[in-house]
Design a protein around this ligand. Structure first.
Ligand code: NIG
Length: 413
């Protein structure tokens, strides 16, 4: 097996508690330490050795002998982004909805039915090609681990088709039959919930690692959501909830009550929601690109971290409320508008996402981790928010292989 040393790394974010904070970062003032001892720790002027797709060693000073050496010329390296919430398998375009929102229309759950219509009538090859394009875009944006939900078919055959397509590109698939009640079941929502917890679940559970429900006015209420989650979790799936996206409601508390892996959105939280998340194993996943695209208030990430909640960041890539694959954009919003510190935002976009997905060998670059990395065309990850909108991802590395960009580019411009 070939060993490769990546050298000349200005700052290597490892999230190893034994390593240092970046120069100039004061633990108390930056929020580091409140979110976890490993947040943003790393090494200056570092190297990293990859063997068989895993991090074999990290350090400073002279590089150990390896088969290959790749100089990163003063760039910084961080763990690959872990995007723990996307709806990437769909057909159709809803840009007109976005345009209308920017002219004053509110976002409503009902738009999902538009995508259900387009997705149901799309051929497998078309869905597969569109998905491949989005995955390539995500890779170029530094995403190395990706969750994908179903949710745009709302029939047993349709939802299982979307999960099969998603499984072609990621092992992290989520059954979201309870996205919205489709038009043909509008007169009998209870009947639709029975379908979701019965025949549809039977078809989809073998293709999924998680079950999700949109617990919101216009989608599913607390009792319906509980039924969906309990049925899925009884089949061994991890629970996830689209919670408190459009207003305060029962979603977050339900997620904590049932021991779900994540409560996603968390935009409108009452004090009791924050208390429930503080200390719970349920990860609070913020999706601020959604709040940008729906022109809503942003979630208060600071309040969650200070209360002791574990916070993840994800893109929520979908055609209705957040059509982006840019984790850099999400980090910039989380820092500016959700009031996370930069080290915390980087942790949440990497290790936080890994916590949500229940995987422990990604989201950090400690020895033994999968060698999934973002090579940043900047001397530190702070530039992700400091230089918003600038394409700073020089290369994305998965299991030691470059899957997007170019690691061998010359020195920083
Ligand atoms: O997370 N809220 C539910 N699902 C998506 C939106 C899907 C859509 O509008 O098509 C979300 O924002």
């Amino acid at each position: 097996m070939t060993t490769t040393a990546f050298t000349d790394i200005a700052w290597l974010t490892t999230h190893d508690p034994a390593h240092a904070l970046p120069a100039g970062v004061d633990a108390a003032a930056s929020g580091v330490g409140r979110h976890g001892a490993e947040v943003s720790r790393g090494l200056a002027d570092a190297w990293l050795v990859v063997d068989s797709g895993r991090v074999a060693a990290v350090g400073t000073g002279s590089t150990p002998p390896t088969d290959q050496r790749v100089s990163l010329g003063g760039r910084s390296v961080l763990p690959g982004f872990v995007d723990s919430h996307t709806h990437m398998v769909f057909a159709g375009d809803r840009s007109a909805e976005f345009t209308a929102r920017m002219a004053g229309q509110p976002y409503a759950a009902g738009g999902i039915a538009t995508t259900i219509g387009a997705t149901r009538s799309a051929m497998d090859e078309d869905l597969r090609a569109a998905l491949a394009g989005r995955v390539a875009e995500a890779r170029a944006a530094g995403i190395t681990t990706l969750e994908i939900k179903s949710g745009y078919a709302a029939t047993p055959e349709g939802e299982s088709r979307l999960l099969r397509l998603a499984r072609e590109v990621t092992p992290h698939t989520t059954y979201l039959g309870a996205h919205v009640v489709p038009p043909e079941h509008a007169a009998d929502p209870a009947g639709y919930v029975s379908l979701v917890t019965g025949e549809m679940l039977d078809a989809c559970a073998p293709l999924s690692g998680s079950v999700d429900v949109f617990c919101e006015e216009g989608a599913f209420d607390a009792d319906q959501s509980r039924e969906v989650l309990r049925a899925g979790m009884a089949k061994g799936l991890a629970g996830r909830v689209h919670a408190n996206q459009l207003g305060e409601g029962p979603g977050v508390r339900l997620a904590v009550e049932l021991g779900c892996a994540s409560a996603d959105h968390c935009t409108y939280l009452a004090g009791e929601d924050v208390e429930a998340l503080a200390g719970a194993s349920t990860v609070a996943t913020l999706l601020p690109a959604t709040d940008f695209s729906t022109r809503q208030a942003y979630p208060d990430g600071r309040r969650l971290v200070d209360a002791g909640a574990t916070v993840a960041l994800a893109t929520n890539c979908n055609p209705g409320s957040s059509y982006t694959t840019s984790m850099s954009f999400v980090i910039a919003l989380a820092v500016r508008d959700c009031h996370l510190t930069l080290p915390e935002a980087v942790w949440s976009a990497t290790a936080g996402g890994a916590r949500s997905l229940g995987v422990d060998d990604v989201g950090h670059l400690r020895v033994g981790a999968r060698a999934d990395m973002v090579v940043l065309d900047a001397p530190s990850p702070d530039h992700l928010a400091y230089r918003p909108g600038v394409p700073l991802i020089a290369a994305t590395v998965v299991g030691g292989d470059v899957v997007a960009g170019d690691v061998g580019a010359g020195p920083l411009g």
